[in-house]
Design a binder for this molecule. Structure first.
Ligand code: F0G
Length: 368
């Protein structure tokens, strides 16, 4: 084992767990917690880094692509990483209610963790633009759901003002604990690969997650655990790409409703990440997103939500610019089950209905 690998093994994770205890316990020394912090956890984190062999053969040139499948978190998205910490810290300071604006995943996660901590959760969502699975989650977990006539950007502006005026804690990614929790995904990538990938491809909405990943990679680098930093490649949907075109989009549109955001609150941080990491931002069309979404499902057996597929769509768009033998991680932020309507309307599979329950007829339909 190289010296470098030994150091990573020694410092990065204190011990190898038989059962992953959740990211606060797993990465305690990297997080702003103390012995008095009540740990509100659903054992989030510890998600798989899956090699994408078919994608590798499409790209060629010795490039190795992995999916960090964060859709396997307890509420089906990466938001759980930030929420375990944001809710634990709110509980530690005796807060009784939390609020967020959301395109769906933040609200599902906030509701689950808040209820687990016996706190009220209020969620503001853009009426009619939240995928069914996410809305179902917020309701089942017991959130108080307020669907507004307006988009995510408007909802965020309102919850920021409400949390300044009333005793409710804001748990959107302006809450620094969200970023702290989410940075652990970068630690996990390094701990699993035992080296730093060349590129991280990541979908951007409010740009909290790209900020968090970069913080994680930088912390390992500054602690001497790693010797290089990845390029952060951020992708947005063409109709909702304020960070790509560097202007606020008043009426953002995309099939990827999770990232239907025109005025990202972490805009300045995102531009710092781009500059420091020598990365870049690009837009991908809804068709490119759906193509990557279908490819992941059909060729790799991975069902992610449309917003997540923007990371692979972006990588495929840059196919001819990827340096030979690069190692690339595409972050798959949310589970495909979140948005069943999109799945049913966008696939290339065969579906026959109203079939007589007879062996001959079914065998014939099967092509025998
Ligand atoms: N992917 C998914 C599945 C998301 O739900 C989000 C954001 C992003 C990517 C973008 O992450 O905002 O940190 O750049 N969803 C938020 C929500 C806005 O309300 O669930 P970001």
């Amino acid at each position: 084992m190289s010296f470098y690998k030994k150091i990573i093994n020694k410092i990065s994770r204190k011990k190898q767990y038989k059962h992953w205890p959740g990211l606060i316990e797993g990465y305690k020394k990297w997080l702003p917690v103390n012995d008095n912090t009540p740990v509100i956890t659903l054992q989030e984190g510890g998600t798989p880094l899956i090699p994408l062999n078919k994608i590798n053969s499409i790209i060629g040139n010795g490039v190795k692509v992995y999916a960090k499948y964060d859709g396997l978190n307890p509420t089906g998205s990466f938001k759980d990483r930030g929420m375990t910490l944001a809710i634990s810290k709110a509980k530690e300071s005796k807060k009784e209610a939390v609020i967020c604006a959301s395109t769906g995943n933040t609200s599902a996660s906030a509701a689950a963790y808040a209820q687990r901590a016996n706190m009220r959760s209020f969620v503001l969502i853009p009426d009619g633009y939240v995928a069914q699975g996410k809305l179902a989650q917020a309701l089942v977990y017991g959130a108080e759901v307020l669907a507004i006539r307006g988009n995510f950007d408007k909802a965020l502006q309102i919850v920021q003002e409400i949390s300044n005026k009333y005793p409710v804690t804001l748990v959107n990614s302006v809450n620094p604990y969200r970023i702290e929790g989410q940075k652990t995904a970068a630690f996990e990538i390094v701990d699993t690969l035992k080296y730093v990938p060349d590129w991280i491809c990541i979908p951007m909405g409010n740009a909290g997650n790209i900020t968090a990943y970069w913080k994680g990679f930088k912390e390992y680098f500054e602690a001497g655990i790693t010797k290089k930093l990845p390029k952060m490649m951020g992708f947005q949907a063409t109709g909702s790409a304020p960070l790509v075109f560097n202007k606020t989009i008043n009426e953002p549109e995309t099939i990827a409703t999770a990232i239907r955001i025109g005025n990202p609150v972490n805009r300045d941080k995102a531009f710092i990440v781009k500059k420091e990491s020598k990365g870049n931002f690009f837009d991908v069309s809804d068709d490119e997103i759906l193509n990557a979404y279908k490819l992941l499902g059909k060729e790799e057996g991975i069902f992610c939500e449309p917003a997540s597929a923007a990371s692979l769509a972006g990588l495929l768009k840059l196919k001819n610019e990827i340096p030979k033998n690069s190692v690339i991680v595409c972050v798959l932020t949310g589970n495909g089950l979140k948005d069943p309507d999109c799945a049913i309307s966008n696939n290339n599979s065969k579906f026959k209905s109203d079939i007589e329950p007879s062996i001959e007829i079914i065998a014939k339909a099967m092509g025998f």
